[in-house]
Ligand binder design. Sequence first.
Ligand code: GRF
Length: 206
Amino acid sequence: MKHLGILLSGRGSNFEAIATAVASGKISDTRIAIVISNREDAGGITRARELGIETLVFPSKGKAREEHDSEVVAALQQHKVDLVCLAGYMRLLSPWFVKQFPHRILNIHPSLLPAFPGLEAQEQAFAYGVKIAGCTVHLVDEELDHGPIILQKAIPVLDTDDEQSLAERILEQEHIAYSEAINLVLNGEFKILGRKIIASDRLPER
Ligand code: GRF
């Protein structure tokens, strides 16, 4: 049985999609051991409690990054978390945090990275006038929205789209992508070659 730890700061729809995939067995032999937020008012925390999943809140406001990160890491370790999933967690992890879970921290971002990192990626994409948008699940490293890409989902930007409809259609893809990426990582069916994540059965022969 693998243990997931989810970190979130907001509404938590990606967390909920992961919880649904776990409950239905789409992500098998896995449980969500803990949901952690830096904000007590995060919708995702309320939802996790409704679902009977254990939650912890460590307010980050006014606290040094190292201090906050050490609280969060200790809680993840106590809950024997195998894989940390950032799901709308609005904090950059310290290099020390990243080192505690080598290749075991995932993030989801609502753009086709490396385009539009940072805040309001969907609005950035819409304003830029791109014709293809999407989302990315990647391994977390020390830089924002930067680590090796596990998978991406692309959608066309329609002439009829506005910022909101585009963001909604990207979000639908996020909910599919995150569970797929978690399965890939938990099953360990890949190798990391530099920035490239390659399915084990497709590795070049040496
Ligand atoms: C998502 O768009 C995710 O890609 C980004 O933050 C948002 C979180 O949404 N990192 P939710 O809280 O999962 O609904």
